[in-house]
Design a protein around this ligand. Structure first.
Ligand SMILES: [Zn+2]
Ligand SMILES: [Zn+2]
Length: 425
């Protein structure tokens, strides 16, 4: 067996991992490099030629989830190579792309992307996929995108665990350790662990449980009448936190736009059938022409989900002058560096949007595993041959985690050969 980390060592995002046997070849994630602040994305693989070359002879591509840094290059894959993605992820992608299709000048590109996503084969948790002699079994993980998976990969007598992006401090995170115990290490030893390590270089970040954010939000809803919330439109767990916190207060209407309404519907009909917290109830779709809704918001107060787009800028410009600034707040619920003017990740459109509001507060927790969680997973999986840290600014820093000394010796950041198993980096 040969494992090739095409990209992902010493960088967050842009992940591409290949697993090959004499018979079969698969790729896990085909991610695009993350943009840095306002800069254009720099990605030497974001071309048809580069992806054609990487995917030449590949039997299948499987995506852990649909964040761009794992999924972003899917549209460059040559026709004929099957691509696998979670069923809900597929629906969410289609919903997103249908919106983008309205953007002038992007119609043709979006149509092509939509066609590719429509053809993707849906992955279902715990249902194995057989690609020639490689068996892949997906298991649900908690992450800031819903319908994210880790993969157990079995071939040539070896067992690998590829975690994708994950965490234990979300609602779905309580299943992480029991799943690994029962289905991964409970069914045999693991040879290689390929794991994300985003937080290894962000050791100082506060990692709260998702439910703690709900309490913090409830306090704000008690304090302020008019609350705008800016979070990821596809982060099921965060949306559930916000929606459920507002139900505690139920002041005025819960307001979103028609795109967010569609995403809520997809989540309610999927995750909502497994857990009440993911079943979203009544909410209002905003329109600046809907006088009744605008009057209701003004008189009773509201919670409104917003994003830094032109459409929301126009909405906010109309709504804000009607409100008392002392009773109005924006909650920013995403990574702090995007709005830190001193950071290389700062985005000027984000900062401009933020500046519209009389006051803002940050309520957020990471979508990635805490250092303690990473250590617990490494110690529990206890791979026989090695740990390959990907999705981390400095992969070698993995040895700073509280993992057993013998595991520290097994951290792989360079090409290595273990008899019939080769790791190329
Ligand atoms: Zn990622
Ligand atoms: Zn992600």
């Amino acid at each position: 067996m040969k494992i090739t980390i095409h990209r992902g060592i010493d960088q967050i995002g842009g992940c591409i991992t290949e697993i090959a046997t004499a018979e079969a070849r698969i790729i896990i994630d085909l991610g695009q490099n993350l943009p840095r602040g306002d800069e254009e994305v720099k990605d030497n693989l974001a071309s048809r030629e580069a992806i054609e070359s990487i995917t030449s002879g590949v039997d299948a591509i499987l995506y852990t989830h649909i964040h761009g840094d794992h999924f972003g290059l899917f549209n460059l894959v040559p026709e004929g190579i099957p691509q696998y993605v979670g069923k809900v992820s597929k629906d969410v992608s289609i919903c997103k792309l249908e919106r983008l299709g309205h953007i002038k000048g992007r119609e043709k590109q979006t149509a092509g992307e939509l066609e590719r996503v429509h053809k993707m084969i849906p992955i279902k948790a715990s249902e194995s996929i057989q690609i020639k002699n490689i068996k892949i079994t997906p298991y649900f993980v908690s992450h800031s995108a819903y319908d994210a998976f880790m993969f157990l990969i079995e071939a040539d007598g070896f067992r690998l665990l590829h975690t994708g992006d994950f965490r234990s401090h979300g609602y779905l995170g309580k299943g992480l350790i029991p799943t690994i115990k029962k289905y991964i290490v409970g069914t045999g030893p693991v040879d290689i662990l390929i794991t994300e390590g985003t937080m290894v270089s962000r050791l100082v970040e506060d990692v709260k449980h998702e439910s703690e954010l709900s309490w913090e939000l409830t306090e704000i809803f008690k304090e302020k009448k008019n609350v705008f919330i800016w979070s990821s439109s596809t982060d099921l767990e965060r949306l559930a936190t916000i929606y459920s916190a507002y139900q505690e207060i139920k002041r005025g209407p819960f307001v979103y736009d028609d795109y967010q309404a569609e995403i809520f519907k997809i989540f309610s009909e999927s995750a909502g059938t497994h857990s009440e917290i993911f079943k979203f109830g009544k909410a209002y779709t905003y329109s600046d022409k809907n006088r009744i809704l605008n009057d209701l918001m003004k008189s009773k107060g509201f919670c409104m989900l917003v994003r830094p787009t032109e459409k929301f800028s126009n909405y906010v410009d109309k709504i804000l002058p009607e409100l008392d600034p002392a009773e109005t707040i924006l909650i920013y619920s995403m990574w702090k560096e995007y709005i830190n003017p001193k950071s290389e990740h700062a985005k000027s459109d984000y900062l401009n949007f933020l500046a519209k509001f009389p006051e803002y507060r940050q309520i957020h927790t990471s979508g990635h595993a805490s250092p303690q969680c990473l250590a617990e997973v490494c110690n529990l999986v206890n791979p026989r041959l090695g740990i390959i840290p990907i999705h981390s600014e400095k992969s070698a820093d993995f040895k700073n985690l509280t993992i057993r000394d013998e595991l520290k010796e097994k951290i792989i950041t360079n090409t290595v050969v273990f008899g019939s198993l080769e790791v190329f980096i």
